[in-house]
Design a binder for this molecule. Structure first.
Ligand code: SAH
Length: 206
């Protein structure tokens, strides 16, 4: 039998799509969308009537527009999706009024003052009903044979958290902004170090 190893990227995408699909969202934000992997999956599901991808990188958004063939989409499809340049460190009126937001592998790129600003920008001002956040689980790094001990997975990462660190952060955010939060592993769940990616799903309580 040939085993198909589904890449961690695909598993992450699948897990996030399952949450967004399952919560019944129609209007969704992909914050830190980069070159549009998640956006492509969202476009393929008719449930999602309004899709917004935001990133701080103009270049990433250009590539996303290209990869998604935005210029060639029929008008009905084209009007479902908007790409916008912006930073999660600043309050942004354009982010208000959404059912759900995905923040996939982004928080570890924010330095600490920006992370604190991001918490308010998303959970206080934009305030989607559901928020999905994923980030590396640093405990798992010892299982990556090619990663030298103590090194992060990307040089642009400002931090990588253990499961207790991520859970403490998420529970604090949930408490301050009146959300419930649950956690799920993504990728192979090692009995000692857990899974390579960790996910928090926040649900607005009022
Ligand atoms: N969500 C994508 C990309 C993750 S890489 C995926 O899962 O593949 C992190 C992305 O966050 C990059 O595209 C980077 O440009 C973006 N980013 C970093 N800081 C940001 C900020 N302050 N505001 C918005 N996007 C930011």
């Amino acid at each position: 039998m040939v085993e198909h190893r589904i890449s961690l990227n695909e598993q992450r995408l699948g897990a996030v799509m399952a949450v967004l699909g399952g919560c019944g969202a129609r209007r969704v934000l992909d914050l830190g969308c980069s070159t549009g992997n998640l956006l492509r999956s969202l476009l393929a599901e008719r449930q999602f009537e309004q899709i917004v991808g935001m990133d701080v990188s103009h270049r990433a958004l250009e590539i996303a527009a290209d990869r998604l063939h935005l210029e060639r989409l029929p008008p009905m499809q084209r009007q479902r999706i908007t790409l916008m340049q912006g930073s999660l460190g600043y309050r942004d009126q354009r982010l208000a009024g959404f059912d759900a937001a995905a923040v996939v592998e982004v928080i570890e790129h924010l330095d600490e003052p920006r992370l604190a600003a991001f918490e308010r920008v998303l959970f206080e001002f934009a305030r989607p009903k559901t928020v999905v956040v994923t980030t590396p689980n640093v405990e798992y790094n010892v299982r990556f044979e090619t990663l030298p001990a103590g090194k992060f997975r990307h040089q642009d990462h400002r931090f990588e958290w253990t499961r207790p660190q991520f859970q403490a952060w998420a529970e604090n955010v949930a408490r301050r902004f009146n959300y419930a939060v649950r956690f799920a592993p993504i990728g192979p769940d090692d009995p000692v170090v857990g899974s390579p990616t960790q996910m928090a799903v926040f649900t607005q309580q009022s």
